[in-house]
Design a protein around this ligand. Structure first.
Ligand code: 13P
Ligand code: SF4
Length: 383
């Protein structure tokens, strides 16, 4: 089969690659004009024809008309593990975002190819940390202390940052295993650098007993992260100044509103929400945790959910015997997850059927090596 090379192969992790990603081929007008029913029918037909040669992985934030074709659905950890366990499929189509497809590529075998139906499906939080800034911060931090600093990257990060972490004895974490990874990291050194999501870092470390005044936010736009060397020397946790714009849409005011409106309401949020929101909520955890907690609650339970809107809509449809609403009155949509439209899925399948493998996500081996270390370390720690 002809393999269309990706820009990632040419210049992994650079701004140049990201800019090029923005002009990669897309399905075009012919696919945009197809009737929705026809798109779904044609995907189903193609899916059947490929059989076990193909696996489709779908993140919980995907729209229903994409998730219905997923062989496996899950949170970012479950999907990384599914990719690592999959050895039969020649092609893994990732209905999710770019860092997830990269992780899948790193964890699958050499003969397997990972396809992201729209290469513009990135993650705005992942883009808040880049290798140059992290390397500079690392050197600046090291100059302030003799403590061992253990780097932890949230899986929402580019492959070259996972490589950076792997080569320095650190590990990747996800929202479902952050507590285990952070506990492990404290057994390896006195200080942690946690990036790119300051909120997941703060929420996790606080739950493990780290006081708020033992954590500082490292602003990569400022010299020495915006801190005096003594402040860095005293801190136990250095939190990168990054966030998820979707989860920043949830507030304590919304929680107060729901509690006043429905005294029986339970509030459940993703740990990418702010510290104040997580503290005010009844429960916080990964997308899998949110789904399982609501599923295990008795019928009639009322929930206000602080996570992406496609998942909230799906939960409501799946469990009509419970009251399920978004915590926010506004549409908290992950616009990049939303880029994976059914017509994009059909297009990559049509191209595959024609012998062309488009939108391959391929991490160069010089980067994959260290990144694999940090991902495998996470899997070993999590169990
Ligand atoms: P999960 O690991 O909980 O699926 O979260 C991924 C993510 O990007 C949330 O914004
Ligand atoms: Fe990234 Fe936030 Fe979208 Fe998750 S919800 S993929 S963190 S932008």
């Amino acid at each position: 089969m002809e393999v269309v090379p990706t820009m990632e192969e040419l210049e992994e992790g650079s701004i140049f690659a990201r800019a090029e990603r923005a002009v990669r081929p897309t399905p075009g007008k012919a696919y945009a004009e197809l009737a929705a029913d026809e798109v779904l029918a044609r995907i189903a037909e193609r899916r059947r024809a490929f059989g076990s040669r193909l696996m489709i992985l779908g993140h919980h934030y995907q729209v229903d008309d994409v998730i219905r074709f997923a062989d496996r659905t899950g949170d970012s950890y479950a999907l990384a593990k599914a990719a690592a366990a999959e050895r039969d499929a020649e092609f893994v189509i990732f209905a999710g975002v770019h860092f997830m497809a990269e992780s899948a590529d790193i964890l699958t075998g050499p003969g397997q190819q990972v396809i992201l139906p729209d290469l513009r499906a990135g993650c705005t939080m992942a883009d808040m940390a880049n290798l140059d800034d992290v390397e500079l911060a690392w050197d600046e931090m090291a100059a302030c202390t003799t403590d061992t600093i253990v780097p932890i990257t949230y899986i929402n990060s580019a492959a070259n940052l996972k490589d950076f972490v792997g080569r320095r004895g650190g590990a990747v974490c996800t929202s479902s295993n952050a507590a285990k990874v952070v506990s492990w990291a404290f057994s390896q050194g006195q200080k942690l650098l946690f990036f790119p999501d300051q909120h997941l870092g703060r929420n996790t470390c606080f739950a493990l007993g780290v006081a708020l005044d033992e954590m500082i936010v490292w602003d990569p736009a400022l010299p020495n992260g915006g801190h005096e060397p003594e402040t860095v020397a005293r801190a136990r946790v250095l939190l990168w100044k990054g966030h998820c714009s979707v989860h920043m849409g949830f507030s304590v005011g919304q929680i107060e509103h729901w509690r006043a409106e429905r005294p029986d309401i339970r509030i459940i949020v993703h740990p990418e929400c702010t510290f104040e929101v997580v503290q005010a909520a009844d429960e916080a955890g990964s997308t899998n945790f949110i789904i399982e907690t609501i599923q295990h609650s008795p019928p009639g339970t009322a929930w206000a959910v602080g996570t992406e809107i496609n998942l909230v809509h799906r939960l409501r449809a799946l469990m009509p015997d419970r009251f399920i609403a978004s915590l926010s009155p506004f549409q908290c949509l992950c616009a990049t997850m939303y880029r994976i439209r059914p017509n994009y899925l059909l297009w990559v399948l049509d191209e595959l059927a024609a012998g062309r493998v488009v939108n391959v996500v391929k991490v160069p081996e010089r980067i994959a090596e260290g990144a694999r270390l940090s991902l495998q370390r996470m899997i070993e720690i999590t169990g």
